[in-house]
Design a protein around this ligand. Structure first.
Ligand code: NAP
Length: 275
């Protein structure tokens, strides 16, 4: 029960890797019991085992957030195993249709570039749809499943959706990603407006460039890191722990009057005027 999230149950999607994994570990450190949900059940189990080994409570749950029935089953499993859901971080996501997380970056490439990355004029409907299904509809399904259960219990709750700095800037080659993340921002505000009366807060976090498997390939590309560091007032890329700290804050009572907000932990990347 100790820690600022003590006594709470948190469901974290995308919890096997990167930002979601850092959230799972941070929320457990702050006292929450954690359901680590991910497409990659084996790696989710490793995260859950690490939490349990450190004296916390955690379970791993397999889920494809784009699958409505699987998301409902994930929420039911969390309630069944951990006794409820008080907090949620919707972090599962893909940067493009062919994305698979690994420390080496994307392994699936087509014509020398990751599948789904390319000009909007060449974008297939399938690749467009997959990104929207996971990054936008997946967040809708997750939030809806979690919040319905919070409303039924009547104890309030807090949800954080992982959007992106890409909700503010168009990324050539990955327009559908920016569209999905902008949608997450409005979805967050929409949920916040409709469920605030139940004592449920819904916020979003829009990370800058973070050192996770999602950016591994970019970080290997010539001078990418140097360019981002130069364009970032704090002079470095973000770490998954930076984002987990923002999510823990938004889920804590320190943010008890904050809802419908998007917080950009990006080292100030979006602040300067760019001519
Ligand atoms: P990551 O390390 O690749 O983590 C994403 C996790 O989500 C992976 O474990 C992945 O599973 C899982 N996932 C993917 N599709 C899923 C699905 N359909 N259902 C369930 N789980 C799924 O990447 P990350 O950087 O931590 O990304 C986390 C979130 O942050 C994403 O929403 C991303 O868009 C956002 N974000 C990241 C950055 C950044 O710079 N890294 C910046 C802004 C926003 P697999 O291992 O099976 O692929």
């Amino acid at each position: 029960m100790t820690g600022r999230l003590g006594g709470k149950v948190a469901l974290i999607t995308g919890g096997a890797s990167g930002i979601g994994r850092a959230c799972a570990l941070r929320f457990a450190e702050d006292g929450a019991a954690v359901a680590v949900a991910d497409l990659d059940t084996a790696r989710a189990a490793e995260v859950a085992e690490r939490i349990v080994a450190a004296g916390g409570r955690a379970v791993a749950v397999g889920v494809d957030v784009a699958d409505e029935a699987a998301v409902e089953a994930m929420a039911d499993a969390t309630v069944h195993e951990l006794g409820g859901i008080d907090l949620c971080v919707a972090a599962a996501g893909i940067s493009h249709a062919g994305y698979v997380s690994s420390e080496d970056g994307d392994a699936r490439t087509e014509r020398g570039r990751p599948r789904g990355v390319g000009p909007i004029l060449d974008k297939s409907l399938e690749d467009w749809q997959r990104v929207l299904d996971v990054d936008l509809t997946g967040v809708f399904l997750t939030d809806r499943a979690v919040i319905r259960r919070m409303v039924a219990v009547g104890r309030g709750g807090a949800v954080v959706n992982i959007a992106s700095g890409a909700a503010q800037v168009a990324i050539a080659g990955s327009v559908e990603y920016s569209v999905a993340k902008t949608g997450v921002w409005m979805l967050t505000k929409g949920f916040a407006v409709e469920v605030g009366r139940h004592g449920i807060r819904v916020n979003a976090v829009g990370p800058g460039v973070i050192e996770t498997p999602m950016t591994a390939e970019l970080r290997r590309a010539g001078r990418f890191v140097e360019k981002i560091e130069r364009a970032t007032p704090l002079g470095r890329l973000g770490r998954p722990e930076d984002i987990a700290a923002a999510c823990a804050f938004l889920c804590s009572d320190d943010a008890s009057f904050v809802t419908g907000e998007i917080l950009y932990p990006d080292g100030g990347y979006l602040a300067p005027q760019r001519l």
